[in-house]
Design a protein around this ligand. Structure first.
Ligand code: ZN
Length: 301
């Protein structure tokens, strides 16, 4: 009786449709509302901390400014325009920023209560909540491919990392765990790197969809899965050229999908949705206990 909360960074509602990536479409699914706070578009650590706490950045304290050198003005400028640059220029810019600032990303962890503080909840890695080192590994890979790391090495390492995270989620189903949460950055890193390459990104959606299929196959009859994203990814090959968006910047097309008959409609609603599911599971378990007791009293067992 486990609820798995799978954080698929940058899974884009429009691209799920465009790529016909049906693995992500569980029993119920829809595009969901997300938000931007410190930047013009949704920012990964801010949104995931909101998902886990139900609070906005002013409440949970994790924002684009103050917790990361991505708020550095040079890098800010760089990240806003890198989508328009070719890969070698992008890489040079990234290296320049790291050399000049002598810093690297530091992701803070919130002091606010999260959904993973409850009894029976476990979390593997979750930006703003627990262990941001996996996100930094994915960011490093993204920078490396922009600096000329061969694509086959990028994909091997990125998908290897994602495979470990999915495998952890599957293993949790064998334990007495009420809620298991894990963040997977594969689609964000690949989305940034392949925003101009439809076939390359389609392939990555296919691989991650395969991981989702394996996870769904591993669910027991009482287990549930909610997968969701914090934002999508603008690309050169899908969608209207919208608002302020260049390819390789975050889109507003966040997505959620669940194995139940309900799905949250806003990143602020995840805590309530999880509470309801976990509560539902506890009630069902108590119901079974009571029924057994009654049967025993009546002499049937
Ligand atoms: Zn993100």
């Amino acid at each position: 009786m486990t609820v798995v909360l799978l954080a698929l960074d940058a899974l884009d509602a429009g691209l799920v449709d465009h790529f016909d990536a049906t693995a992500f479409e569980l029993e119920s699914s829809q595009r969901i509302e997300t938000f931007a706070y410190a930047k013009d578009t949704p920012y990964t650590p801010e949104v995931w901390t909101t998902v886990a706490t139900g609070l906005g950045p002013e409440g949970h304290g994790i924002t684009g400014s103050g917790t990361s050198d991505w708020s550095n003005p040079i890098l800010e400028l760089g990240s806003r325009f890198t989508g328009r640059l070719d890969e070698s220029t992008r890489g040079t810019l990234g290296r320049f920023v790291r050399d000049k600032t002598g810093e690297r990303e530091q992701i803070g962890e919130t002091n606010a209560e999260t959904i993973f503080d409850r009894d029976g909840a476990v979390v593997h890695n979750w930006p703003g909540v627990y262990d941001g080192s996996y996100l930094q590994q994915a960011w490093d890979l993204m920078n490396a491919v922009a600096e000329g790391k061969p694509r086959h090495e990028f994909e091997r390492e990125l998908l290897g990392l994602g495979a470990q995270q999915f495998s952890w989620a599957r293993e949790m189903l064998n334990h007495d765990v009420a809620l298991a949460g894990v963040h997977v950055h594969t689609l964000d890193a690949a989305g940034h790197a392949y925003a101009d390459d439809e076939e390359a990104l389609r392939h990555i959606y296919g691989r991650v969809g395969g991981f989702v299929d394996e996870l769904v196959d591993s669910l027991g009859p009482d287990d549930e899965l909610l997968l969701l994203s914090d934002h999508g990814m603008r690309t050169s090959f899908y969608g209207e050229p919208d608002e302020n968006g260049s390819p390789s910047s975050h889109s507003w097309r966040a997505y959620a999908s669940s194995t139940t008959n309900t799905v949250p409609s806003d990143v602020f609603d995840i805590v309530d949705w999880i509470d309801e599911q976990v509560e539902h599971q506890i009630v069902e378990r108590e119901q079974i206990d009571i029924d057994e007791e009654q049967l025993r009293d009546l002499g049937y067992v």
